[in-house]
Design a protein around this ligand. Structure first.
Ligand code: UDP
Ligand code: MG
Length: 343
């Protein structure tokens, strides 16, 4: 028996049962953020639906309208009224791609989630291949636009640098972090909190949570309609986000180990300089009042104390972060044996 769409019960929707006791095939949710893509929209929905119907996957499309101003909102609503496989989530205003994707994840009911752009640059025909790869035992399969159809200087070059940077900082070496076409097991994104423009770092965030990740080459087309919502400024924001991710990866559960350590190092250096100056003053009878070294000792001491206290504050914040949300500091993949439960 297959539970048909749209299912009202999110519990059931997460695991559709297959006939004859075969392994359950999870339902697939295709999440698409939409911001001013009115011309692409009907073709996109058609392309996704026809691919997935042919491949026989049990699916739903979750389109999130991110406060479009070009009529995408009304069109999407209209399309959703005439179809059983389309959920339209309409945001009140433009929040940005990350928020739109987060809204899509929240409303997706499938056990597998595929994301792609709403501008037809990603090819829905690649979806079955991504899902098949996921079923080989991965938690996240990322698309790689091997033959990317975007401007070389303003898009491809910054992207290459960003990918190399992100790869080396996070330890997840992917060719193409920026590719929206990705497949996830729902658990991976379920309790992930996304802020700013962090959707680009989903593989890194998933890796921090212990996900198994791989990438596959996918098709990519030049933008046919509308225009890109991003400019060069994105590269700068990516670099700043990278600091957040790097910090989260290493020290999210132990900030005192970074700030406290540096605080101690600075205070110790200050102490040594101070001892040396004390020796000069009282041992040698030299005047130390106008020595730059004295200023250095004082500055190092103050900076050290501040870093140390900052570390303590960060510890408190981190505990609030985990405890207020009931977020464990670990993730269990599965529990085998009697009475096993997954959480
Ligand atoms: N998008 C969105 N909200 C925004 C900006 C973009 O939902 O504020 C959507 C947009 O409609 C598209 C996807 O995010 O489906 C990627 O945007 P775009 O194609 O402009 O990015 P690019 O492909 O140029 O990197
Ligand atoms: Mg695009």
């Amino acid at each position: 028996m297959t539970i048909s769409l749209p299912s009202q019960d999110p519990q059931l929707a997460h695991q559709t049962t297959a006939a004859d006791g075969l392994a359950p095939v999870p339902m697939l949710s295709v999440v698409v953020p939409i911001y001013n893509e009115v011309e692409s929209l009907p073709r996109l929905i058609e392309a996704i639906a026809s691919t997935l119907q042919v491949s026989g996957l049990d699916y739903e499309i979750v389109c999130v309208d991110d406060g479009s101003k070009d009529g995408s909102t009304d069109l999407l609503k209209q399309l959703a009224q005439g179809r059983t496989d389309l959920q339209a989530v309409l945001l009140r205003r433009n929040y940005g791609q990350t928020a739109a994707m987060a809204a899509g994840f929240k409303h997706a009911r499938g056990g597998v989630i595929v994301t792609l752009d709403g501008d037809l640059q990603n090819d829905p025909a690649d979806i079955p291949m991504l899902v098949a790869k996921l079923n080989e035992g991965y938690d996240l399969v990322s698309g790689w636009r091997k033959n990317r159809q975007d401007a070389a200087l303003t898009r491809l070059l910054p992207s290459k640098i960003a990918n190399a940077l992100i790869g080396s900082v996070t330890g997840v070496k992917l060719h193409d972090y920026g590719c929206s076409l990705k497949a996830y097991r729902a658990e991976v994104v379920e309790d992930m909190n996304l802020y700013g423009e962090l959707h680009r770092f989903l593989p890194a965030l998933a890796y921090i949570e212990g996900a198994r990740i791989t990438e596959v080459p996918v098709r990519h087309h030049a933008r046919q309609f509308g225009k890109s919502k991003y400019g060069l400024g994105r590269t700068v924001r990516v670099v700043m986000d990278l600091f957040t991710i790097a910090f989260m990866k290493k020290f999210l559960t132990r900030p005192m180990h970074v700030f406290g350590l540096w605080g101690l190092i600075l205070m110790t250096t200050s102490g040594l300089v101070g001892l040396y100056l004390t020796f000069l003053k009282f041992g040698r009878g030299q005047d130390i009042g106008d020595r730059p070294l004295l200023i250095l000792a004082v500055v190092l001491f103050l900076a050290g104390v501040q870093l140390f206290c900052f570390g303590l504050l960060a510890e408190l914040l981190m505990r609030t972060y985990h405890e207020s949300q009931g977020r464990p500091i670990y993730r269990v993949r599965e529990v085998a044996g009697p009475g096993s439960a997954k959480f």
